[in-house]
Write a protein that binds this ligand. Structure first.
Ligand SMILES: Nc1ncnc2c1ncn2[C@@H]1O[C@H](COP(=O)(O)OP(=O)(O)O)[C@@H](O)[C@H]1O
Ligand SMILES: Nc1ccn([C@H]2C[C@H](O)[C@@H](COP(=O)(O)OP(=O)(O)O)O2)c(=O)n1
Length: 407
């Protein structure tokens, strides 16, 4: 009964109407993508109610009472939500921490934050447009769904409890979410402000040119650098890599940060890269070494523990390409056997990053990354067996590019 609802929110703007078919009209349950949207969902609910087909008088009366109610809650009750009190609200069932959204339930770390919608004695008394709202929030707890900016930080900490919630928080899959995350840490990490400035300049030009865009993905030492260089030479293409050069000097700083900040950096890198890709694709074919699929696959694999069964189910929203990010024409996933990869890593002899060391020690982590890559959608990855020699891999890859792209 829980439908996944991607909530778009516009604080202070015009509120979109919720598609009421997405609602479970019995209990008014819905799922939202992240704890960020928690407070804002309430706004949608209001909007939904005001746009419902209920009798005009009912509507006006309801809206008036609701605004009085909110006014009282926001200004009469002390507005000091604490992590502890929010936890209390959650554990008392006023909002539930997990749901069977996307079919995962709370098992295997696939639950997402779901809020049982909550409007009170007031809405309970008003069955509106056939939808009777279940009262889950008591009056005092309404202060937790206010509009103060600091509430968002509280929400973020408090609601990111299950692995799936942590995953949603860790993977900012749209420019506003990336910007928010960078802004949140900019006071502590000045480089975040620099990334933001570059990002804000870049998000405008996102229209691709006529030449194809081909992305190469895969674990470390699967041969991406080798093959992308060879393809660039063979096709006289432009070779770009993520994170792009203009921000890669700050990579070591962000690599030492907690996952949500670290991934916000890589996500920002993808959006910045997108504008470089767009520009380059007007001149020549573009070859890209890592892009969104890397950000998503590494985030998912590091936020979920255990074996691949614990990953969010196939078709889950985390595997979707962000709507506001320039799409490539083809994504090739290079895979090699663990033994061959180990041989190549040893042969390459570079110092291992913390993540690479973890990958060597933990083959499950490696498996989770590869499986996440395989589950990515729109565009999905086309797998390439990269075990053979460099020449053979290049030949296979060029054939695939010719087959899928207009060249
Ligand atoms: N097809 C291949 N066969 C054998 N060795 C390879 C092949 N492709 C790459 N290598 C070697 O494996 C190592 C890792 O390759 P690299 O291109 O740096 O991988 P990545 O960019 O994916 O980390 C390098 O030493 C490279 O020369
Ligand atoms: N678009 C990108 C690119 C890299 N990342 C992350 C994923 C991993 O944590 C590292 C891997 O980068 P690394 O430079 O080691 O990759 P190579 O195998 O050297 O090409 O960077 C990302 O999240 N998003």
């Amino acid at each position: 009964m829980h439908e996944k609802l991607k909530v778009r929110y516009h604080i202070g703007g015009t509120f979109p109407v919720i598609d009421r078919e997405k609602w479970d009209s019995e209990s008014c349950n819905f799922s939202c993508f992240s704890s960020y949207t928690f407070a804002k969902c309430e706004i949608h609910i209001l909007d939904c109610i005001t746009h419902s087909s209920c009798h005009k008088m009912y509507k006006q009366l309801f809206v008036t009472i609701l605004f009085i109610y909110l006014f009282v809650c926001l200004f009469i009750f002390p507005f000091t939500p604490s992590t502890a009190s929010l936890h209390r609200a959650i554990s008392h069932g006023e909002c539930s921490g997990d749901s069977p959204a996307s079919g995962g339930g709370s098992s295997g770390g696939t639950a997402s934050l779901s809020l049982s919608v909550c409007f009170s004695p007031v809405t309970r008394a008003f069955p509106v447009g056939g939808v009777s709202f279940v009262s889950h929030f008591s009056l005092p707890s309404l202060k937790h769904i206010g509009f103060a900016p600091r509430l968002r930080a509280v929400m973020l900490r408090s609601c990111a409890r299950g692995p799936q919630d942590a995953l949603r928080c860790a993977l900012p899959a749209a420019v506003p979410a990336v910007c928010d995350r960078l802004r949140e840490c900019a006071a502590r990490i000045p480089e975040a402000r620099e990334v933001l400035t570059i990002l804000e300049k870049c998000t405008k030009q996102q229209c691709k040119g006529d030449f194809p865009i081909v992305v190469f993905e895969g674990l470390d030492a699967t041969g991406k650098t080798t093959v992308t260089q060879a393809v660039k030479d063979a096709l006289d293409a432009v070779l770009l890599r993520s994170p792009p050069a203009c921000i890669s000097q700050w990579r070591t700083i962000f690599d030492d940060e907690p996952t949500p900040i670290r991934r916000a950096f890589y996500a920002a890198g993808n959006y910045i890269l997108a504008s470089e890709i767009a520009k380059a694709s007007t001149q020549a074919p573009v070859i890209v070494d890592r892009y969104w699929h890397s950000t998503a696959a590494y985030t998912i694999a590091s936020e979920i523990n255990g074996n691949v069964q614990n990953l969010p189910p196939v078709q889950d929203g985390v595997y979707q390409w962000p709507e506001d990010l320039l799409k490539p024409d083809l994504v090739l996933l290079l895979t090699v056997s663990p033994e061959e990869r180990a041989r190549r890593l040893e042969h390459r002899g570079l110092e291992k990053t913390k993540e690479e060391a973890e990958m060597e020690a933990n083959s499950l982590f490696r498996q989770r990354i590869e499986e996440s890559y395989r589950r990515m959608m729109n565009p999905a990855c086309q797998e390439v067996d990269a075990n053979p020699s460099k020449e053979e891999v290049l030949k296979t890859v060029l054939q695939l590019i010719k087959k899928h792209c207009a060249l």
